[in-house]
Design a protein around this ligand. Structure first.
Ligand SMILES: [Zn+2]
Length: 205
């Protein structure tokens, strides 16, 4: 099996409970002496087998191998990736069954993270996630006052649109954001705006 490590929690002594997102599941597994292995890092893609001898306990991870990406030693990229994974973990916290979209999204994003600005990769991936969950709204109506947005827009959690004056926040041209939502390409967006859009994702889905 293959999966991305979403979270790691210490169990007794040197053991770990590792939560892994694989193609159609998000499950927690037990690993004896896991703290001794640097392979257990949030966001890493691992190949593994499971040992389950008693349904009372979590299945045990065995034969774990790290599947490397070229950016794994790049501090900037690994930090951005880890922030994204942590936000995703919170988003999927109470789910055990997930469809294959989430694993595929992470895999696609990880494969291009070294080729593009990593924050752009994350923001674009986040739009795909919102669309998949039917939460990507391209109708420019303010969430707070319910009136139409004509010029400038601010974004709340879930990239929900509001008038800047309704929440007193950082603003963008509405056309820029609507094009971004529709094309899911950040090519027209400046780096400072991407920084803000990434921080919004980091705070929660
Ligand atoms: Zn408003």
């Amino acid at each position: 099996m293959r999966g991305f490590i979403l979270s790691i929690n210490k169990a007794k002594e040197e053991d770990l409970v590792v939560t892994v997102l694989s193609i159609n599941a998000k499950e927690s597994y037990y690993r004896f002496f896991g703290t001794r292995h640097p392979i257990f890092q949030i966001g890493y893609l691992i190949d593994f087998e499971l040992l389950s001898d008693n349904s009372k306990y979590l299945p045990r991870l065995k034969s774990v191998k790290h599947i490397d990406f070229p950016w794994i030693m790049d501090d900037t990229r690994i930090n951005i990736w880890t922030d994204f994974i942590k936000a995703l973990e919170k988003h999927l916290y109470d789910k055990t069954k997930v469809d294959d979209f989430y694993f595929e999204l992470l895999l696609k994003s990880a494969l291009i993270l070294n080729k593009q600005n990593p924050k752009r990769v994350i923001c674009e991936s986040y739009l795909h996630l919102l669309e998949h969950e039917h939460r990507l709204n391209t109708n420019p109506i303010c969430l707070i006052c319910q009136n139409k947005i004509y010029n400038k827009v601010s974004l709340m959690q879930g990239y929900k649109m509001t008038h800047p004056e309704c929440i007193n926040q950082y603003s963008f041209d509405i056309d820029l954001i609507l094009n971004f939502f529709k094309s899911k390409s950040s090519i027209d967006i400046e780096d400072k705006d991407i920084n803000w859009l990434f921080e919004r994702v980091k705070k929660g889905f």
